[in-house]
Each structure stands twice: as C-alpha cells, then as structure tokens.
Design a protein around this ligand. Structure first.
Ligand SMILES: *[C@@H]1O[C@H](CO)[C@@H](O)[C@H](O)[C@H]1NC(C)=O
Ligand SMILES: *[C@@H]1O[C@H](CO)[C@@H](O)[C@H](O)[C@H]1NC(C)=O
Ligand SMILES: *[C@@H]1O[C@H](CO)[C@@H](O)[C@H](O)[C@H]1NC(C)=O
Ligand SMILES: *[C@@H]1O[C@H](CO)[C@@H](O)[C@H](O)[C@H]1NC(C)=O
Ligand SMILES: *[C@@H]1O[C@H](CO)[C@@H](O)[C@H](O)[C@H]1NC(C)=O
Length: 425
C-alpha cells in the first residue's frame, strides 16, 4: 500500500483555488483513509458552567481559610447539568499513574500498545483533564462495576470507539480475579464478561452505524464505497437488549467531499446510487440511526450516549509548526486555549448536535472533541502496526507516510473519555 502520492500532497495545499477547509477535508481524508485501511480484518476492527457557591468542596470556616482555599473553593463537584467538560486544561502530574499499562492489560490491540511498540517518552500518560469550574472525579473501577451490575454495556462504532471500549475494559478488569472474567473477540462483535457482576462490556463494529458495502471487508478505494443511508437493521439487530449504548461515527465519513448513497432495496444493484455532499450523507445516516433509536429504545430501560468526533492531528501547521511532521515527535499537549484544528469539522459536529436535539430518546453527548484537540502528543504515531505487522525501522523513519495521528495510545486520552462517561453514568 503506497501512501506516498496522496500524503505528500499535505505539504503543499493549493491555496487560492478552493477554500482551505475544503482542501483540507480532501487532503486529510486521504491520510485518514490510508490509516483506516491498515485496520485489517485481523485486528478488527447544558452547559454553561455557572460558579455555584452552594456546593463547596471544602468548607471555609474563617475569612482567612476562605482566602487560602479560594483556588479550590470555587470549583464545585462535577455535575453534568452544571459543568461543561469543554472548558478546562490539561494539568501535568508526574505522580499520577494510569490504572493499567499495555503490559498489565491483556486485552489491548497492538495498534494502541505504544510502549510495547517502543515509545520511550512517557509524559503523555501523566496529564489530567481539569474542567475550569468543577472537579472531575477520577475513574473508580469498583464504582464502574457496581453501576454495571446486571447490565449490558455496548460500545458501537469505529476503531476509535474500539479504543474507548478497550480503555474501559482495561480500567476495570484488573480488579477482577482471573477466573471471574472472560473475553471473546469476534470479527464484528466482542464481549468482555465480569461474571460476579453479571455484567458485559461489549464492542460492535459499525464504522458508519448505518450499513455500507465496506463494513466487513474494507474497500480501500473510497470511490467504490457505498453508504446505505436508510439501512441499519443489519447492525441494529445486535443492539437490542443493551442497557447502556455508546455510539460514535465520524472519521469514516471523511473520505472525500462527496459520498455515494443508496436507498431501500435497490433493484439496480449497486448502480442506483446518488452522490451526495459528505455532510448531507452524514445527516441522512444519522437520521436513520436516530429513527431507529426513537422507535426501538425504551428510555426508561436503556441509556444512550454518543461520543463526539475524535480529532486527527495530521497537519502540524494547525498548531503553528510549519516544518513539523503531523503529530510525530510531539511530547506536550497544545496549551493555547480553545485550540481547534482542521481535523475536527464543525459542520459535521453541528449535524450531530441538531439531530440529537430532535430525538425523543435523550442522548447524552460525551463531548471529547475540544479536550482531545489539545493532545497532539498522545497519538499512536509510529508506535503502531500496519497490516497486522509492527512498523519496520524504515517505516518508522518515514513518519510523514506512516505515523498514525488518528488513533490514541492506551493508556491515554480515551481513559479520560471514560472518566467523563462514568461521571455521567
Ligand atoms: C497528583 O496525583 C496524585 C496521585 O493521584 C495526587 O495525590 C495529587 O494530589 C495530584 N496532584 C495535583 C496537583 O493534582
Ligand atoms: C417511562 O416511565 C414513565 C414514568 O414511569 C412513563 O410515564 C412512560 O410511559 C414510560 N415510557 C415508556 C416508553 O415506557
Ligand atoms: C522550514 O524549513 C525550510 C526549508 O527546510 C527552512 O528554510 C525554514 O527556515 C524552516 N522554517 C522554520 C520555521 O523552521
Ligand atoms: C524530535 O524533537 C526533538 C526536540 O523536541 C529534536 O531534538 C529531535 O531532533 C526531533 N526528532 C526528529 C526525528 O525530528
Ligand atoms: C461539543 O463541544 C463543542 C465545543 O467544544 C461544541 O461546539 C459542540 O457543539 C459540542 N457538540 C455537541 C454534539 O454537543
């Protein structure tokens, strides 16, 4: 698989002819595509934060105490109704240790096992997300398993969602004795079971949520991919009976400016497709998903979550590095407030937000986009695999073509996504 021609184009965007954002969508999608293609069958793949004075973390007794503690004092305990996770900062804490490593947790794919794959700089594991106006509780595995007792938790989506699923499993599995847990990996459906809790933590592969001709056997050429924008039952029949559903879908849609879409049963085979602008196709696909949720999910029984888009960091100019190579060799987060790069498309985000608003079944967004945007240092980069094999030394020496700036190392940023998810649960 040669990525050379398309990827080298990232270095010279043709300014002036097309709006940069459009050019970037097209360019980034080549890179994204190339990376997704490496996902082989083997490794299958309310918000304003008012400062609340009533609930104080520590109670000040005297004015002096109050002054001394005021920095802590005006951050209240996390409450999803009151506190936005979008505004905040990453704080470095060397004594903070991840709950697992890629050696201690047996369920991590090689794609995300960065340290095992040779990553030496480890600071990226010691950053903690701190919302501006509240304190986010640390991930507590006992609490997580208690909340899941007797329940079926199902993550549905693409390889980024698979990362969030593996992070969740690894965050809790280490407190369960060996004979009280099991893992069954399948091509599209994988199940981790915590026997004593009668709980499962599952992943179902559906990169577009709706059906397409590239769900199982990945079609490398995006021009040959066809979205069945009104078909979902083939996937959704596996979701019934889940108590907690967590969806995502974004990056697979970003393979070009336009996508091929099909409706209903197609007498003309796959000839009857129509080409749609990407956000239009995305809206149709998400509507199909929303309709399925609204007509099949009882909100009294099942909770529905949606993880927002995970940013790619394939363009170092986004963070002011003219001569950088994507996210390669980055060891610190971006510290500039509200940084937002070209890897996160606001138009696509607004599609998700507007569809979510009109649903009957309430959907809780795990809005991870802004906080992940800062983390150029936390991607798999060259410490990953391609086509089921670790990158070779030559490939590692050519990060422009081989660094993965879409997926995240584990432990890492998806642990924070799950920290937020658990706080909502
Ligand atoms: C850093 O993490 C350690 C271990 O969890 C904790 O005890 C300490 O309070 C943290 N420090 C800061 C500044 O948050
Ligand atoms: C959910 O529970 C409420 C209150 O108990 C009830 O009024 C409503 O009909 C229930 N909804 C469904 C879909 O069962
Ligand atoms: C980037 O590289 C070019 C050519 O290698 C060099 O001329 C330029 O000074 C570099 N710019 C920065 C900001 O390092
Ligand atoms: C990585 O960055 C460091 C400084 O941050 C620099 O010294 C080193 O040469 C860089 N490595 C490569 C291969 O660009
Ligand atoms: C997620 O947060 C961003 C701001 O960081 C906001 O623009 C976007 O609308 C939010 N997405 C959803 C689906 O609520």
């Amino acid at each position: 698989m040669s990525l050379a021609p398309s990827s080298s184009a990232t270095m010279k965007p043709s300014k002036g002819k097309l709006p940069l954002s459009i050019v970037m969508i097209a360019i980034c999608s080549f890179v994204i595509l190339a990376l997704l293609y490496t996902d082989t069958s083997r490794s299958f793949f309310k918000q304003s934060c008012s400062r609340r004075t009533a609930v104080r973390k520590s109670k000040a007794k005297t004015a002096e105490d109050y002054l001394k503690n005021s920095a802590i004092d005006d951050r209240f305990e996390f409450d999803p109704e009151e506190c936005s996770v979008n505004t905040g900062k990453w704080v470095f804490n060397k004594t903070l240790k991840p709950l697992y490593t890629d050696r201690s947790c047996p369920y991590l794919d090689r794609q995300v096992s960065c340290v095992k794959n040779g990553r030496k700089d480890l600071d990226y594991r010691h950053w903690e997300w701190q919302p501006e106006d509240c304190t986010l509780p640390r991930f507590n595995p006992e609490l997580a398993l208690k909340k899941l007792r007797g329940k079926r938790l199902l993550f549905v989506g693409d390889s980024l969602q698979r990362g969030q699923w593996q992070s969740f499993v690894c965050l809790v599995e280490w407190i369960i004795p060996q004979d009280k847990k099991s893992m069954k990996r399948g091509r599209s459906h994988s199940v981790f079971r915590a026997k004593e809790y009668d709980a499962t933590i599952e992943f179902y592969w559906a990169p577009f949520l709706i059906e397409s001709n590239t769900d199982q056997k990945i079609i490398a050429d995006p021009k040959k991919r066809i979205m069945k924008v009104d078909s979902i039952e083939g996937h959704a029949k596996h979701w019934g009976g889940a108590d907690i559903l967590v969806f995502n879908t974004y990056v697979w849609w970003m393979s070009g400016l336009r996508l091929k879409a099909l409706w209903g049963s197609f007498p003309n085979g796959e000839e009857g497709y129509e080409e749609l602008d990407t956000p239009v196709a995305y809206r149709m696909g998400l509507r199909t998903w929303a309709n399925w949720i609204d007509s099949n999910i009882n909100p009294n029984k099942t909770r529905v979550f949606f993880t927002t888009m995970s940013p790619a960091h394939t363009r170092s100019e986004d963070w002011g590095k003219i001569n950088g190579t994507k996210c390669f060799n980055e060891t610190k987060p971006i510290l500039k407030k509200r940084h937002w790069g070209t890897g996160s498309n606001k138009g696509m985000m607004s599609v998700v937000a507007s569809i979510g608003k009109r649903m009957k079944v309430p959907v809780t967004f795990i809005n991870i986009t802004q906080l992940s945007e800062y983390r150029i240092d936390a991607h798999s980069s060259i410490y990953t695999e391609t086509g089921g094999k670790l990158l070779t030394e030559e490939q590692k020496a050519d990060p422009l073509h081989h660094a993965d700036c879409i997926h995240w190392c584990l432990p890492g940023v998806p642990d924070t996504w799950n920290q937020i998810f658990l706080a909502y649960l």
